[in-house]
Design a protein around this ligand. Structure first.
Ligand SMILES: [Zn+2]
Length: 213
């Protein structure tokens, strides 16, 4: 079974994706990791992507699609879960034609959504330890001592990406570019939408229901 998860930043695709992949024995293809490992391993398309990154430019759609194709085609026997890709309708169209070519398909396409207020609360509360990288959350899993890591005593900080202005911008980009995927995928077989607000375990149960249903 091949699964695609999509939804706004902060909705929990990454965390839930890891759990789903583990539960169903899927390769978890998270776009950020795919890009980093292709660059690190110096694959043909990884090298191409690196030239854009080194120049401080966005990696273009066709390169992003190529990276995913390298992964999927390179290990065709194994089912996968896509997270963080596609980011826009053009990428979704390329993905569809790639899957056709490889004679594969998406069996479940799950749109995860939550109210913007909750997304903002989740995103702006993240704290990370400078020393060990452990993640905390101001509201959901606060450290015992404010600003200090429970595990190693390191200093906690907020990622540049998680500052309120940057988040407002990420949500805007999502509305303009990624949200239109909803209309694109809602017509396809295997589409489902889940409410991703509330506790992580509850959301995971809802996800499992639509995935096995
Ligand atoms: Zn730490």
């Amino acid at each position: 079974m091949n699964i695609l998860l999509f939804g706004p930043p902060g909705v929990g695709k990454g965390t839930q994706g890891v759990r789903l992949a583990k539960t169903y024995g899927l390769r978890h293809l998270a776009m950020g990791d795919v890009l980093r490992s292709a660059v690190r391993d110096g694959t043909p398309i990884g090298k191409k992507a690196k030239t854009f990154m080194d120049a401080g430019e966005l990696v273009p759609d066709e390169v992003v699609v190529g990276l995913i194709e390298e992964c999927i085609a390179g290990d065709r026997g194994k089912d996968f879960l896509l997270d963080g890709f596609p980011r826009n309708v053009a990428q979704a169209e390329s993905l569809d034609s790639m899957l056709d070519r490889l004679q594969l398909k998406l069996d479940r396409i799950v749109f995860m959504d939550a109210p913007e207020e909750e997304l903002l609360k989740r995103l702006t509360g993240r704290l990370i330890c400078r020393a060990c990288g452990f993640g905390f959350h101001r509201h959901y899993s606060p450290p015992q001592k404010s600003g200090i890591c429970d595990h190693c005593g390191g200093e906690l900080y907020q990622r540049e990406d998680d500052r309120e202005e940057v988040i407002a911008d990420r949500l805007r980009v999502y509305q303009q570019q990624t949200r239109p995927l909803l209309a694109y995928y809602a017509r396809q077989p295997g589409f489902a939408e889940i409410d991703a607000s509330g506790a992580m375990d509850e959301v995971f149960e809802r996800l499992k229901q639509v995935v096995s249903g």
